[in-house]
Design a protein around this ligand. Structure first.
Ligand code: BEZ
Ligand code: FE2
Length: 406
């Protein structure tokens, strides 16, 4: 048994003083340290440094590890030029992305306290690294292919990758990702959703990321028209927005971005119990706009805060992401926004994916991110904001009760 005693513990959305945590693989007790010492006289006692805050390990629901070799190659600014640059450089970037590059990406996430991440896997090349990292991984095998003549073959390839990820054991949670409404044929889309339903696998899909995607799905026009004519010799989208959303009616899905969704569409997502992955920097860097998180709050749509991959970001540090979110949503009250953002990387994603982490609570997994503030916070209510502003790197990370060497 280990007793960990920080200055503050993040419990149920608030910060508590004068408490310590007793844990092995799971959390056994949360009480004042003196009481825990009596209860567990042989336990190892760790007193954290001054102004320390213990958070549950952070959860990053959306990253593309396979694109971790990108730094300056891809074109940022607007969605379509970016997508074209992905198509042009994909092979080189994936070839350059060896295990060492992906391990470094996992390490950056770990240094910022991410103990669980969801990676969108296009090819399965990051699976080995994911089995080796101490972090827990939701391994989203991605289905892509709008062209009817190749969709079957791509679907078989997807099933094979999914099968391999099912055999990895405890640290890997097999899951399914749908690339996007414009890039997946409705027939294979339905098949993949049925697999997710019958096998109860987590499901995610990029959705209404850009204005161009909306124009294409609604009117077969805009920047995607030229793209589809050039690469797929077609001028017609395989689906429309309502057909796509309705395909997910019987399985709560984590939709990534949804920046261009209308209020009506958001209401529909709310009604069907879906959730959203919010990637503020990715949206900014690809010129996609701002997700109106105030509307999500109003409609009770749970949202996680995620980094997306290095293909559309400049770091996988979750504190960088949270700081950017503070700036992007500039009309929100800082204290409320900070609280919401911390929830978006802890309890909310845990609930969405039914993970036994994301909260410091009895019987939860002992996954922690221990941070320290540079000075004493002015009030308990300030700690979420001050953490976001001042922390770049955690002091320690625990996963399943084990302190991770960093
Ligand atoms: C498709 O298969 O339709 C597709 C693939 C990549 C990007 C866009 C579309
Ligand atoms: Fe993504």
């Amino acid at each position: 048994m280990t007793l960990l005693s920080p200055n503050y513990i993040y419990i149920d959305g608030t910060f508590k003083e004068n408490l310590a945590v007793a844990f092995e693989k799971k959390i056994h007790a949360i009480e004042p340290l003196s009481k825990l010492k009596q209860q567990y006289p042989h336990a190892k006692v760790l007193e954290a440094k001054k102004n320390s805050v213990l958070y549950p390990g952070f959860i990053n629901t959306h990253v593309h590890l396979e694109f971790s070799a990108n730094s300056t190659t891809l074109q940022y600014g607007e969605f379509m030029p970016w997508l074209n640059s992905v198509i042009k450089n994909r092979e080189d970037l994936v070839a350059k992305c060896d295990n060492a590059v992906m391990q470094k990406a996992c390490q950056t996430m770990m240094n910022s306290g991410i103990t669980t991440f969801g990676t969108i896997s296009s090819f399965g090349t990051e699976l080995e690294v994911c089995t080796q990292t101490p972090q827990k991984v939701i391994f989203f095998n991605e289905l892509i292919g709008s062209n009817a003549s190749t969709a079957d073959m791509l679907y078989q390839d997807f099933l094979e990758r999914l099968d391999v990820s099912k055999k990895c054991g405890e640290g890997i949670i097999p899951a399914i990702a749908i690339h996007a409404p414009y890039s997946v044929h409705p027939i294979v889309l339905k098949r993949a959703i049925n697999v997710a339903i019958t096998e109860q696998l987590p499901l995610s899909a990029h959705f209404l990321e850009s204005q161009s995607e909306r124009e294409w799905l609604e009117n077969n026009s805009g920047a995607f028209l030229e793209f589809f004519q050039k690469f797929f010799s077609t001028s017609k989208s395989v689906t429309n927005i309502s057909e796509f959303i309705e395909s997910f009616d019987s399985i709560p899905t984590h939709f990534t971005h949804a920046v261009q969704a209308t209020t009506k569409e958001l209401e529909y997502l709310a009604k069907k119990g879906h959730s959203i992955a919010h990637c503020p920097r990715s949206n900014r860097f690809l010129g996609c706009g701002r997700l109106p998180i105030e509307k999500l709050h109003e409609l009770n749509i749970p949202f996680s805060v995620a980094t997306d991959g290095l293909s559309s970001n400049n770091s996988l540090n979750i504190f960088d992401e949270l700081r950017s979110a503070l700036m992007l949503h500039h009309e929100e009250a800082l204290d409320k926004l900070s609280a919401l953002l911390i929830k978006g990387v802890t309890s909310v994603p845990a609930e969405i994916f039914n993970l036994n982490s994301g909260k410091i609570e009895l019987n939860r997994d002992a996954d922690f991110a221990l941070v320290s503030l540079p000075d004493e916070p002015n009030s308990l209510e300030d700690i979420a904001l001050q953490t976001i502003l001042h922390v770049n790197r955690v002091d320690d990370v625990y996963i399943g009760g084990e302190k991770i060497k960093m």
